[in-house]
Design a protein around this ligand. Structure first.
Ligand SMILES: [Zn+2]
Length: 149
């Protein structure tokens, strides 16, 4: 399942990527263009725009009721399965799949204390951002657990 989020839904796009879903985030784009990408790439369109949602069948209109409720709604409506092994498999900035990288190679690219206390690192092939399973990731997991409730 793949998604496209309109510009009102930046944090939604980020969270869908954290959950491992291929999610495009578009800005300054006409409705027709967004619908075209959604159709061609078979993406479910998530939008805060009722008009846009009504024009495009494979879409979900989201109310402005907070990220948690919006995520719950999508998870319920699409029966999404939140699988821990999919978490943090995608760059949250550019949506690319991240790849494992040897620890030695990230020396100097991450804070020293992070380097010393972690063994596994990942890199985004596009923006070269380095990822590791740290405190930040644990907080993400907590948030995800709270959505499931
Ligand atoms: Zn990236």
């Amino acid at each position: 399942m793949k998604f496209i989020c309109d510009e009102m839904l930046g944090s939604m796009a980020k969270w869908l990527r954290i959950l491992g879903y291929d999610t495009k985030y578009v800005k300054n784009m006409k409705d027709e263009e967004i619908a075209k990408i959604a159709r061609e790439e078979e993406r479910i369109l998530l939008t805060r725009d009722k008009k846009l949602a009504s024009k495009f069948k494979n879409s979900i209109y989201l109310e402005n009721n907070g990220l948690k409720n919006q995520l719950r709604r999508i998870i319920k409506e699409l029966a999404l399965e939140i699988d821990d092994k999919n978490l943090l498999t995608r760059c949250i900035i550019c949506n690319e799949k991240i790849e494992k990288i040897d620890k030695e190679k990230v020396k100097g690219m991450v804070p020293e204390h992070v380097y010393e206390s972690h063994e596994e690192f990942y890199i985004c092939p596009k923006c070269k951002r380095i990822y590791w399973i740290g405190t930040h990731f644990k907080n993400m997991k907590k948030f995800i657990e709270s959505i499931k409730l």
